[in-house]
Design a protein around this ligand. Sequence first.
Ligand code: KG4
Ligand code: ZN
Length: 380
Amino acid sequence: MSEAYILGIESSCDETAAAVVRSGEEVISSVVVSQIATHQPYSGVVPELASREHLRAIVPVVRRALADAGRDYAALDALAVTQGPGLAGALLVGISFAKALAYALEKPLIAVNHLEGHIHAVLLEERQKGNYELPFPLMTLVVSGGHTHLYLAEQNGPAWTYQMVGHTRDDAAGEAFDKVAKLLALGYPGGPVIDALAPHGRADAVKFSPAQIKHRQRGDESPAPRQPHFDFSYSGIKTAVVRYVETHALLPAIERRRQALAAFLTPQTGDVLALCDPPTLDLVASFQRAMVDDLAGKTLAAAREYGVSTLLISGGVAANRELRETFKRRAAQEGLPVYFPSRPLSTDNAAMIAAAAFPKFLAGDFAAAELSAEASLPLR
Ligand code: KG4
Ligand code: ZN
């Protein structure tokens, strides 16, 4: 069977999502319930609360995805679920539900790596546009709240193989956006709010020097020759923002903003903007510019080093407008095509999980009955 309707289920972090996708190329339905309101008071995801919210949402979200698709359970060919990486307790909710449903329906279950899901969000949308062939090899950057990973991807029949050629040594890029937003009392999650505020500030106002990572070179210590590596580090830039806040006496303004925003249930960009003075907006714009320059610079250096034909950028931070513009401009200068998911499919969703499951469905690569959550599942 070369056509398949797959129900995808995603619960690795703070979104409960379900989607029906046809043959990895057409989104029939996609439902995402976000827990932002639950985690907002803590300015970050609280794992226990995430698991509890997934338990509440999973049944209605899956039912809604089927209703929106106009299909019943019998019309599905397979189920797919995120195995990891992610929060163990959150992953287990999706996995337990998917296992029970697959067992009851006597349908195959496919385990999907969340990071491969982010990559397939791009492929899914390209296929929807009629583009079935991306030139290999590819350099893919998965950049989210939990990951900043660079993979060299090659095609091996319908399946892909991945070699990790860089990753963050400390904070993920999305985590840096979230932590800086928390520090400046701009709201949660930090990425979208900084994205919206940055155009109102001067990006060259504050100089941040991106972390220079020392890599061991070929022949150093290790007997095996090493491949070049392109690692990231974002804890330093967060500390630099802390220092800037202290030395430029921004703390009283931050405290006033924190108190003012506490009065809003869900503050909108305009509310936050009205509470930001020009020095804060300059700081935000400069922080975003430094993050984007570093991500684009290292990804393009890796692309040159490995001689790839295509760039693929995915994950929550790929929704960032300045990041997209910068990648498009700099990739064009190097004659490299660059692909992103649409903004809704950049952040966590289940359509990407159902799409990534399709090649595994064709290969008969189904999950064993013992399938369990793997919080640090690597992508290979
Ligand atoms: O992929 P995702 O939904 O969940 C994870 O797998 O982590 O990514 C969420 C992350 C958060 O850190 C959020 O602040 C960031 O992506 N993010 C953004 C934007 N939208 C979401 N960062 C920068 N600019 C954005 N527009
Ligand atoms: Zn994600």
